[in-house]
Design a binder for this molecule. Sequence first.
Ligand SMILES: O=C1N[C@H]2[C@H](CS[C@H]2CCCCC(=O)c2ccc3ccc4cccc5ccc2c3c45)N1
Length: 125
Amino acid sequence: VKKCSLSGSWVNDLGSNMTIGAVNGDGNFEGSYHTAVSASPNEIKVSPLQGSMQRGTNQKGQPTFGFTVNWSFSDSITVFTGQCFVDNDGKEVLKTMWLLRSRVESINNDWKATRAGRNTFIRTG
Ligand SMILES: O=C1N[C@H]2[C@H](CS[C@H]2CCCCC(=O)c2ccc3ccc4cccc5ccc2c3c45)N1
């Protein structure tokens, strides 16, 4: 099976763009994320991401991964987790789920502080 690599540039179903650098020997990587959407009143800025992917030898080249985006323009954070697939046309697709934790003023508001969702990413360029 063609290997699926996370390095490079991706766009998701919301129009957000992400660029991931080289994956090091430990399976760790860094990159940047430019979200197309936000529920924050602040202007959206490119934000750093860091993550890891599984590189077990038993992988059929379709690794699982996780990464965290620290929203540089606000006091919130998103963790993505998913898997890199090669689809039937040989295209690489990242199927992910995410949790967005927003800062809330009081523990009484903790119940409404986490949003969850899914995103699919394909390569750009
Ligand atoms: O590509 C993708 N884009 C979206 C999905 C998952 S991540 C998400 C973008 C999140 C941007 C930060 C944000 O909305 C945000 C930032 C700061 C906030 C501060 C305070 C908040 C209080 C209540 C609710 C919020 C909801 C989102 C917030 C923030 C808050 N995929």
